[in-house]
Design a protein. Structure first.
Length: 127
């Protein structure tokens, strides 16, 4: 396990496995995960590197429901680096997974979220 100081936040970052890459995007995913853990919902599975045929979500979290089943979720975070067209294509690529997974997109600005929502709704992708 490695350890290094994140100069932007002046705290320790612990990591295992892949080489550490403390980008703004990766730190935001860590913060999102921390908020999920802090929600006190029971977490059954976490995967920071899920690899699907058509895309790679930023985070996979499966929650344990009261009836013992899993609530499977994919999380995507936009740090403002991807264009609207690419984000809309990502939404479309998730179509094959929406029956089995709850899919959540998080944006760094409300404006970007509203732009993507508008295009997706106009395209008829979301009911």
């Amino acid at each position: 396990m490695g350890r290094l100081t994140d100069a932007l936040r002046e705290e320790w970052i612990y990591f295992t496995g892949r080489a550490l890459n403390p980008t703004t995007h990766n730190l935001a995913i860590r913060d999102l995960y921390s908020k999920i853990v802090g929600s006190n919902y029971e977490i059954a599975e976490v995967n920071f590197f899920p690899n699907l045929k058509t895309l790679t979500p930023d985070l996979l979290v499966s929650f344990l429901a009261a009836d013992g089943t899993f609530i499977k979720t994919f999380w995507e975070y936009d740090a403002g680096t991807e264009g609207i067209a690419e984000l809309v294509r990502k939404v479309e690529r998730y179509a094959g997974y929406k029956e089995e997974y709850e899919i959540t997109f998080a944006f760094n600005t409300r404006e970007k979220m509203e732009q993507v929502n508008k295009i997706v709704k106009e395209s008829g992708f979301v009911a």
